[in-house]
Design a protein around this ligand. Sequence first.
Ligand SMILES: [Fe+2]
Length: 261
Amino acid sequence: MDAGQEPNGVWSTLVRRQTPQVEAFACREYLEGSAILRLPDDRLPSLEELESVITPRTGWRLRRTPIRYSDALPWYRHFGRKTFLVTDYMRSWHELDFTPEPDMFHDIFGHLPFLVLPRYAALLDLFAQPFLRTDDQHRQHIKRLAWFTTEFGLLREAGRLKVFGAGLLSSVGEMRHVMDGRTPILPFSIHNVLTRTKAIYTFNETLFAFDSLAALASELRAYFDSVPTAARPEIPAGAGGETALEDWELADLAGGPPAVR
Ligand SMILES: [Fe+2]
């Protein structure tokens, strides 16, 4: 069956498969946020109903994007305005275990439970300003730090490894792979992360664990404070930069409010 015609079916299947794993392995913050957001397991929630829980708690808003994998520059510009982009795309039935592109299941199930927590929103708030003010080399570093923390980070709670990153929380296959001990885990440090390459089209070869949200935030803040301010911040090559942002903003305005699913 084409998932494009049946996104609610794919969503329900994924939520029901992933919930027991998440209950066993997700970090405290995710479980706490999940209990507040209460995602339905029988249909895709609308952005409006999600915002009605998220925005009063943290000020973050949601916006639907037709772009399958948003460029970093518009992504962080929206981040700087506390707007989280939710893709309009849902994986197909044969990609249930793993999809290299973020889809609605990843964006909603993986990320949004965290967004009801002010202490998590404060962590996200650290990323946008240094990204927007710095040069391309440091933008690459910031993207990598985001990848290995908010997307694929692990957290040690009372000595036990827990899943923090939305990319793992929304990947039935990779989460199982990691929690089965098949992925080497290093302590999180800026140095350890910036000297490793990241995987997009396969499972990550190495992941990183930190001891608390506060410890992660303080390490990131120290690094971000050291990031230079570019005289004239570069538009990353091939990113589409300003044009992509303007097109996207115009398309968004022309489209009116996000579609309700
Ligand atoms: Fe993500």
